[in-house]
Design a binder for this molecule. Structure first.
Ligand code: NAD
Length: 367
């Protein structure tokens, strides 16, 4: 597997489909359309060596269909690495539905989407991502068993976001230990960008430990609410990326570590929930390393959610979910040390271990 993934505007639109740069040996891409409900979706199955591909469905009003394709390619690949590094017997997959959920999401559209998932016969399991609620997964469950993240009342493991936040918190503490010599967040100035399902819980955990938490979001109402609830300060400056702090926690959208932001960053640690934080992994990961910023790989520390939904397939309970999620602390420390020993980026170190696990399983399967 190669390690380079480019952004949507770097896709070569004149190249044949398999030549698109975000393709990374993906096994299968399924384009789904239903005129009656307005459904336009793409399911990306990246790799199923370790098990069925599992990854959430993102519903988003993409500017172009190319952006949606690029997103599903990047996200599904990320899931392969996330499950592999977390030690789960799952492959990587993801789905995107094109459109504004507030405008076009209906139960009929979700059921039609579920039927497309069902046609894959268990090669791909879906779950929630941005633009999706647990109730949407319950609707999908009406037409296919290949869905996780359903309500507890319907036999699911419930909302994965608090578990994701706990894993990010563990990864953040490990990275802090690595950078500062101890893992205490108390007194640390932490910038949390995006205080949605995961960000809010992360704010709660960090505040509970006595951190100085600064929050930012495009939703002013949420800012007021979360600030009041936990006593976090609202960021009112003009450029978050230039802010001096101990820790930057990206918990909104991906690719915020990019050509425009990288030289401004004035933090010691980056640890957050957003997927694909590095716009170009090789380039921006290496620049962070040069700047001496400890980067906790996103796909490693935001795995709490997938640990939670995997429990629905494997049938394990809350204690095991939390224990596996807590172990993100140890894995993060191990990866940070390995990166230093091998003089490679932390992202590359995590990917190397994930790839080794996949390659070993491939060999076992051939025996
Ligand atoms: P969410 O939609 O609940 O929250 C995202 C928040 O970010 C919202 O409050 C939104 O207003 C805000 N936001 C959007 N654009 C912004 C911007 N430019 N600047 C500041 N804030 C902005 O999503 P979530 O479930 O909390 O997930 C957050 C991130 O973590 C996403 O990237 C998601 O893919 C990733 N993630 C989530 C989970 C999970 O279990 N929910 C698991 C793994 C990864």
């Amino acid at each position: 597997m190669t390690t380079e993934v480019l952004t949507a505007n770097q896709l070569k639109k004149e190249a044949p489909v398999f030549g698109q740069l975000s393709f990374n040996d993906h096994e299968q891409i399924v384009f789904c359309q239903d005129k009656d409900t307005g459904l336009k979706a793409i399911i990306g199955v990246h790799n199923t060596v370790l098990g069925p591909a599992l990854g959430g469905t993102r519903m988003y009003d993409y500017q172009t269909e190319w952006d949606a394709l690029n997103d599903v390619l990047r996200l599904s690949r990320g899931m392969t690495y996330k499950s592999a590094i977390t030690g789960l017997n799952l492959g990587g997959g993801k789905a995107v539905i094109i459109g504004d959920p507030k405008l076009i999401k209906t139960p009929e559209l979700m059921r039609r989407f579920g039927k497309f998932v069902d046609t894959l016969g268990g090669k791909y399991y879906t779950a929630e991502d941005i633009g999706m609620e647990t109730s949407d997964m319950d609707t999908v469950r009406e037409v296919t068993p290949y869905v996780t993240g359903i309500s507890e009342s319907k036999g699911g493991a419930g909302n994965p976001s608090p578990v994701t936040a706990y894993g990010v918190y563990m990864g953040m503490k490990a990275a802090t230990k690595y950078a500062y010599g101890n893992d205490a967040l108390s007194g640390k100035r932490i910038l949390v960008q995006g205080i949605g399902h995961v960000g809010e819980e992360l704010v709660r955990l960090a505040k509970e430990e006595g951190a100085n938490v600064i929050i930012t979001d495009i939703n002013e109402e949420r800012l007021q609410e979360v600030s009041k609830k936990y006593g976090a300060d609202i960021y009112r400056g003009s450029d978050l990326y230039a802010e001096t702090a101990d820790i930057y926690a990206p918990c909104a959208l991906g690719a915020t570590i990019n050509d425009d932001t990288i030289n401004k960053l004035n933090v010691k640690v980056i640890a957050g929930a957003a997927n694909n934080q590095l716009a170009v992994e090789g380039v921006h990961g290496a620049l962070l390393q040069e700047k001496g910023i400890v980067y906790a790989p996103d796909f490693l520390i935001n795995a709490g959610g997938i640990i939670n939904v995997y429990a629905e397939i494997e049938g394990y309970g809350r204690d095991q979910i939390m224990a596996k999620t807590e172990n993100i602390y140890n894995t993060t420390l191990e990866i940070l040390s390995k990166a230093q020993e091998a003089n490679i980026t932390t992202n590359a170190a995590a990917m190397r271990i994930a790839e080794e696990r996949i390659e070993n399983r491939k060999k076992e399967n051939l025996r």
